[in-house]
Design a protein around this ligand. Structure first.
Ligand code: UDP
Length: 235
């Protein structure tokens, strides 16, 4: 395997499958199967899950809601997704712990870095819910932060597109995919990989990012074993 410890970022929207809202159990089960192939290969897996399939603070604010209140709702949405993912992983016989950035002790462990690392060493998948625990951040920022904290080798962003393109491939048929690209070039070309806060944190800490299509079965294992699918962003 090319990587020993990974941080997988899944957006909330990825969990919707073909639905318009909420969680698709079939999609979750497919993800769990793919994750199992990776843990079976001895790779340590931490996951940060988004909440956009349920609630985003920004959308709340655009409808007149207090932004911080909305962000708290968004963070709780990521915990709901984390619980659903934990359940799907356990159905696939993967030992899993959910740690949250905001304390919900009856439901999940609080985030404790050393404990998270110990779980990983023991072969447990660790899901980080609740984002960073702070409003005005995203789960992409949480993903980069946690990846650095647990000393992951790479952050792997599973999306429905198979990498980073010169333009949005869903809108522009002439868009061309990059196999590799530097952090500087992403910024120079104004490409969208993550929000700026998350992207800069990754760059400053020399944490490579791989963007790939998580919806094609088997891709996750391919990426981790070093196949050149998706796009890798490096220093
Ligand atoms: N959120 C937050 N702080 C964080 C992470 C998330 O306030 O550190 C809130 C924010 O409202 C965000 C929502 O949780 O819109 C869901 O997260 P995100 O939009 O990153 O989810 P994704 O797009 O990955 O599904």
């Amino acid at each position: 395997m090319k990587f020993n410890r990974i941080l997988l970022k899944l957006s909330g929207e990825a969990l919707m499958g073909e639905r318009q809202y909420g969680i698709d159990p079939v999609r979750l089960a497919e993800y769990a199967k793919d994750i199992k192939t990776v843990t079976d290969a001895g790779v340590e897996v931490a996951i940060v899950i988004g909440g956009g399939n349920i609630f985003r603070g920004v959308s709340g604010a655009s409808n007149g809601m207090d932004r911080v209140q909305g962000d708290h709702m968004g963070m709780l949405a990521t915990v709901i997704n984390g619980l659903a993912l934990q359940s799907a992983l356990e159905d696939a016989d993967i030992p899993t712990r959910l740690q949250t950035a905001i304390k919900i002790n009856e439901v999940a462990e609080p985030f404790i870095r050393r404990k998270a690392m110990r779980h990983l060493e023991k072969g447990r998948v660790v899901i980080f819910g609740g984002g960073t625990g702070n409003p005005y951040f995203t789960t992409d920022s949480a993903a980069v932060l946690r990846a650095i904290e647990i000393e992951a080798d790479v952050i792997i962003k599973g999306t429905r597109v198979d990498g980073i393109y010169t333009a949005d491939p869903e809108k522009d048929s002439t868009a061309v995919k990059f196999d590799n690209i530097s952090f500087d070039d992403v910024l120079k070309k104004g490409l969208k990989v993550m929000d700026t806060t998350a992207f800069t944190l990754s760059q400053e800490n020399k944490l490579p990012i791989i963007v790939f299509d998580m919806n094609t079965k088997g891709n996750l294992l391919k990426v981790i074993s070093g196949h050149n699918i998706g796009t890798q962003v490096t220093i």
